[in-house]
Design a protein around this ligand. Structure first.
Ligand code: PMP
Length: 361
């Protein structure tokens, strides 16, 4: 007995974890600076931690009212109808829900290259496939409607990532608007705003009142520091009222995650501190790294180090874990997440030393 043919399914390559690397290097995880997964270096909000502790005795019951409460709170925040907010296990879960809602077997999605790998993974899980538009290094990864429309051929879903992972480039809202007006009526534009809190840009959620072919992804994993709990959401077109109930996995966002997300929304000061710290860190990385970098609106910076594998492995031996962007199709680049001040300074010091010692490819 074999599963179906999964040979076209590429496994997700996550940033490396501290436990894993510490074990491999025989080091204490405490000695490692992990800047490979764009996590919040300040942890979750203390209010979220209390909510997690308070939720512990209640987890014998399925999460129902917490789900309703979070949906309503998010709908109020964004001035949407609650039916337009699809809470999910991480933004990844929302990608699955949207794919389930959109794709018939054999349908394609259009996604950025380089880009976040889960868009196409989800399409393939749902018996679809993916084609790409280029976010070109030669153009400093500028994201434009034209670059998408040059290759667009009626795909059912078109992913736009702003800020873009792994480059940090924004997709300007006017360009998104142009796309909303240019694509076919039955193409859904999915604007992935996983890193939007770190950018000083208007959210594409405002387009939902004008267009019925735009959905927006958001997450509690980054600015809210809840990556380990897995909670995110999609904001979807108004006309989709009954669709969520037909595509979501029942109770997939846990009681603990929902309670923590509700509490995290009440701690704006924690998000502000996180965003200010990321802005400082990305400015410092760009100013101090001795290699070319790109302007980033996210909580990470892309750097051209010549040989990303050699540099990231050498940095790791010195206790600094960064993301080798080979799996994104940029084998000469690393992505460095914004850390605390101490982590950022350590990363710069180690990376500059390593880059000067590693022969370039
Ligand atoms: N979109 C982008 C662009 C991402 O980088 C990530 C996570 N790395 C996600 C979505 C998914 O985030 P999560 O599932 O943790 O909410």
């Amino acid at each position: 007995m074999q599963p179906r043919d999964l040979s076209s399914h590429t496994p997700y390559v996550p940033g490396r974890g501290t436990e894993e690397v510490a074990r491999e290097l025989g080091m204490d995880p405490e000695e490692l600076t992990k800047l490979s997964s764009n996590e919040n270096p300040h942890g979750p909000s203390p209010k979220a931690i209390s909510a997690i502790e308070d939720a512990a005795p209640t987890v014998s019951v399925y999460p129902k009212s917490a789900h309703t409460d979070l949906t309503e709170k998010l709908a109020t925040k964004w001035d949407l109808d609650p039916a337009q907010v699809w809470v999910s296990p991480g933004a990844d879960g929302s990608i699955d829900y949207l794919t389930r809602a959109m794709l018939e077997p054999g349908d394609d999605i259009l996604e950025p290259a380089p880009g976040f790998s889960y868009y196409s993974m989800s399409a393939r899980y749902h018996h679809g496939d993916a084609v790409t538009y280029e976010v070109s290094k030669a153009d400093d990864f500028e994201q434009t409607a034209d670059a998408v429309l040059d290759v667009y051929d009626g795909e059912r879903m078109v992913y736009l990532t702003t800020p873009h992972n792994p480059t940090g480039a924004i997709f300007p809202i006017e360009e998104i608007r142009t796309l909303a007006e240019s694509v076919d009526d039955d193409t859904l534009l999915v604007v992935d705003e996983a890193y939007a809190e770190f950018a000083d840009e208007p959210s594409a959620i405002e387009l939902l009142s004008e267009y019925d072919n735009v959905a927006v992804l958001r997450t509690f994993s980054k600015a809210y520091g809840l990556a380990g709990l897995r909670v995110g959401y999609a904001c979807v077109p108004e006309a989709w009222a009954d669709v969520y109930a037909r595509v979501n996995t029942p109770f997939a966002a846990s009681e603990v995650a929902l309670r923590a997300a509700l509490a995290a929304l009440d701690d704006e000061a924690h998000v502000e501190k996180t965003v200010e710290s990321a802005q400082w860190s990305r400015d410092y990385l760009r100013a101090e790294l001795d290699v070319p970098t790109w302007e980033s609106a996210g909580n990470f910076v892309l750097a051209d180090v010549g040989d990303a594998t050699a540099v990231s492995e050498a940095a790791q031996r010195e206790g600094v874990i960064v993301r080798d962007c080979g799996s994104f199709g940029l084998p000469e680049c690393i992505r460095v997440s914004c850390g605390t001040e101490a982590q950022t300074k350590r990363a710069v010091e180690v990376l500059n030393r390593v880059v000067s010692e590693v022969p370039t490819a």
